[in-house]
Ligand binder design. Structure first.
Ligand SMILES: [Ca+2]
Length: 439
């Protein structure tokens, strides 16, 4: 009954998460001091919302789902953990990051980290630079809102373009998700301009958009996953509204002529797919070039989707989760025209950042695996696929919960140019961690 996995209609389902984790979690070798209880299973959207303030006003808001006193401190020394395939060493590279959200790697070996509270930070071999990077646009800071993603242009060494997605403040409390681009000289952004601002803007009483992600594909096109605003979910089904969509843009923000809704009346031409709730992960499949997207369900029903141009992924018409009043939804396959997810989680893990592992070394047995962060269940999840590209769910080796012993909310995961994995933890004292093989 528990720990059971199945594949039905191409949709992989996980139930009984707690036992799956027990089967797959790593064994602590050197972390005797960490013995607290795991955080409660709450999703991103269940989060209580607390006060906010302008950037620089000190503590802006508390952790959404886990009181900070329930997140155990991380030791400053590397931690050894067992996984199915490797003994790994988790190395703290930086601490004191204020709710870090995303990671990007610079060609010179430095690492960029966004803080949702509005700063872009740089981690050098000597540690976190105390000076934030200058030139970042003003962002609206509130629960779920602020500075989200950072990505480098595919030809960054030539053009130095850096892209940021964020919540843009407007007059009278209005706001919009936006993409800003600037040239990065190593310490500051210059020539900063918004290349895209989502329409229509959200009003001052609107709930927050729950996030945004950016990713370039192999053709150099830029995708933005833009969440629906909480409480106005129906906007995800409005083709004249950017909310609850994945958008596909050229690197200057203009519309590629082969986008699926170009020229169709009443449709925003930037839209690539629709019907998304709260996307928090976006990653291109290394072999097929398909864009994978993940999003938080309401209560249960976190999803990974494979994006097809013009596809409708269902929210809020269909879902595998339930709303907070307990009401269920029609399932994806019960309504014609809705794209079912590739994988779902019941209960929800509060899925977050996502990356494919593509390197030959130093983790060759992980090549082709997909890694996703979990906020609510505080782990990094490793997912595998069979030869047909379908998610493997029957074998306990196919889904592994990593880093569980650290009891940290994992906000993002990325593969570095060195083939190592990097994660950031969601906390007011957030960490950048590197996962390397223990030798
Ligand atoms: Ca869906």
């Amino acid at each position: 009954m528990f720990g059971r996995s199945r594949i039905a209609s191409g949709v992989a389902v996980v139930v009984g998460v707690a036992l799956v984790c027990a089967a797959g979690g790593g064994r602590v070798l050197e972390l005797a001091a960490q013995s607290g209880q795991a955080p409660p299973p709450q999703t991103e959207a269940q989060a209580p919302q607390t006060s906010s303030g302008p950037p620089g006003s000190g503590t802006k808001f508390s952790l959404p789902t886990v009181p900070s006193n329930r997140i155990p401190p991380l030791p400053s020394e590397p931690i050894l953990l067992e996984t199915i395939d490797y003994t790994i060493r988790v190395v703290p590279l930086a601490s004191g990051l204020e709710r870090p959200w995303s990671i990007a790697f610079l060609p010179d070996g430095n690492i960029l980290v966004t803080e949702i509270t509005g700063k872009l930070r740089i981690v050098r071999p000597t540690g976190l630079d105390p000076r934030p990077i200058a030139g970042v646009p003003d962002v609206r800071v509130a629960p779920y809102e602020g500075l989200h993603d950072v990505v480098l242009h595919p030809r960054f060494p030539e053009n130095r373009w850096l892209y940021l997605s964020y919540t843009k403040p407007g007059p009278d409390g209005t706001k919009a998700l936006a993409i800003s681009r600037g040239r990065f000289d190593g310490t500051a952004l210059t020539n900063v301009e918004d290349i895209f601002v989502a329409q229509p803007w959200l009003g001052p009483k609107s709930g927050p958009s729950l996030g945004s992600r950016l990713a370039f594909d192999r053709d150099g096109l830029l995708y933005m996953a833009a969440a629906s605003p909480a409480g106005a979910w129906q906007r995800a089904q409005d083709p004249n509204d950017h909310a609850g969509k994945v958008l596909r843009l050229r690197d200057d923000g203009s519309v590629p002529p082969d986008n699926p809704f170009v020229g169709r009346q009443g449709h925003r031409p930037e839209i690539y797919t629709m019907g998304h709730r709260s996307p928090l992960g976006l990653a291109m499949h290394p072999d097929t070039g398909e864009m994978f997207e993940n999003e938080n369900g309401p209560q249960g029903g976190d999803e990974i989707n494979v994006l097809k141009p013009g596809g409708n992924y269902g929210w809020p018409v269909v879902s595998e989760g339930r709303d907070y009043g307990g009401r269920g939804y029609p399932t994806h396959v019960s309504v014609p025209g809705m794209e079912p997810p590739l994988m779902i989680w019941i209960p929800a893990i509060a899925i977050s950042g996502m990356t494919f592992y593509t390197a030959d070394a130093p983790f060759p047995r992980w090549k082709g695996n997909l890694f996703v962060g979990s906020l609510a269940y505080a782990h990094l999840e490793r997912l595998t696929f069979n030869a047909k590209g379908e998610p493997s769910a029957r074998d306990s080796r196919a889904r592994e919960w990593l880093l569980l012993d650290l009891k940290q909310r994992i906000r993002d995961v990325r593969q570095g140019p060195d083939g190592l994995l990097y994660v950031v933890t969601d906390a007011m004292d957030g960490h950048l961690l590197r996962i390397e093989p223990a030798r």
